[in-house]
Design a protein around this ligand. Sequence first.
Ligand code: FAD
Length: 272
Amino acid sequence: MIVFWRTPETNKAIHVVSSGLKAVLTWHNMHTLQECREAVGGQGVKTENLVGQLKGEFDVQTTFEGDNNVLMQQVSKALFAEYVSCKKRNKPFRGLGLEHMNSSRPVLPTQLSSSTLRCSQFQKNVFCLRERDLLERFTSEVAQLQGRGESRESSFLVNHELAEDLGKAFTEKAILQTILDAEAKLPAGSSKDVLGLVRSMYALISIEEDPSFLRYGYLSRDNVGDVRREVSKLCGEVRPHALALVTSFGIPDAFLGPIAFNWVEANAWSSV
Ligand SMILES: Cc1cc2nc3c(=O)[nH]c(=O)nc-3n(C[C@H](O)[C@H](O)[C@H](O)COP(=O)(O)OP(=O)(O)OC[C@H]3O[C@@H](n4cnc5c(N)ncnc54)[C@H](O)[C@@H]3O)c2cc1C
């Protein structure tokens, strides 16, 4: 869990992180419901299995309390302000998880083996590289437009796609860091091992699903092919733990549809 004690200094971080999390997690929610719907075929469209109801109920979350695309831009504007302020005052980055910008740009290996892809340092480097590069591109594009006499607001708006990519990069890095912090606190053992698998799954699926890695050239076509194969291997390794992982959320039975239990019995003539 990302924890902030509320002080005037942390208010900005709370605002930026919660804006990013709201957008990324509500999109993830809809994506997950659709995956669940398809994974169980026709059972997913039965009212009693609740997927349709949950989709109808949660869809609005991507729009209200701040439209997700606009929130992503808000995150990027805050990062822009932080970047400009640090550069202007010639001060190191402090806060918002931007401290990695004080070190040199990470260099990724050209060949990605299975152990490299699962290495937490590699995963962190990839996420930091994406965030750093997008932030530098965004600030440079906005500065160029402002230099040509455009207003700040219009310079942001013209670069809204870059801003949305950056907002996603920031938020996914914050999520990865949260998993790494939780993992570091666990003693060696099976829980730590399973969390490591889940963390790799999260990092590699994020890489696989974000076109930024290819679009801006952080990874090659061969690299993303390796990532895809590793995701498939991870799915096989996580599968035996899937039920225990879902059970660990402690969702009360009353909130679940028959598909979560003995769905064959629930569909038998005697139960209809
Ligand atoms: C069920 C529900 C409850 C609500 N409750 C409240 C409430 O209690 N209080 C309240 O104040 N409001 C409430 N709202 C309003 C809500 O905050 C707005 O619907 C939301 O901010 C989106 O604005 P909009 O509907 O005008 O859509 P628009 O802003 O027109 O958005 C439509 C599309 O345009 C895109 N878009 C808009 N601006 C930009 C931009 N700058 N850059 C890129 N893309 C952009 C959006 O991403 C979206 O895809 C509620 C809305 C709903 C649906």
